[in-house]
Design a protein around this ligand. Structure first.
Ligand SMILES: [Zn+2]
Length: 154
């Protein structure tokens, strides 16, 4: 089940995707018509299966064919996996920011930090340091940085 929160922002419309992209997801219906740039916030996407991938590709390729501009932000782990596996997963859309998973070994807590793709590229795809909420903790990146950010390599 996928929920979409849609609201107008400067220059276009932002949709926030929350839930799973699977069978029965109809982006045309969920997102509807929009003016200007479509910003797709993906942080809340919990999973996407093979049917969801096909639906995604069909929807965004159609937008691209219509000359629409769309940008992805806060892409989460399940979406990043697809970006890394399918070279054309963005369908011509720009990716503005990514969710970076960290964990604190002291608190045994996982959390997400955000980074813009521009910053990551400017730093040779080096994952920035993140800190746990507590002052004396550190935090470790929870994935293989090279694999995780593979899709940003040029
Ligand atoms: Zn901590």
């Amino acid at each position: 089940m996928l929920n979409v929160n849609k609201h107008e922002i400067e220059g276009g419309v932002q949709v926030e995707l929350i839930g799973a992209i699977e069978e029965n997801v109809n982006f045309e219906e969920l997102i509807g018509a929009f003016q200007g740039t479509l910003f797709i916030k993906c942080r809340g996407v919990t999973r996407i299966n093979s049917v969801g991938v096909k639906t995604w590709m069909r929807y965004f390729q159609a937008l691209k064919a219509q000359g629409k501009v769309f940008k992805f932000l806060e892409i989460s782990h399940p979406i990043i996996e697809q970006f890394n596996m399918i070279s054309n997963f963005a369908c011509g859309g720009e990716t503005l920011s990514v969710c970076l998973p960290f964990s604190c070994g002291v608190c045994q807590k996982e959390f997400i930090a955000l980074s813009s793709t521009a910053d990551l590229k400017a730093n040779a795809l080096k994952v920035p340091d993140a800190k746990c909420e507590k002052p004396n903790c550190g935090a470790q990146f929870d994935d293989d940085p090279e694999e995780y950010l593979y899709f940003l390599q040029e």
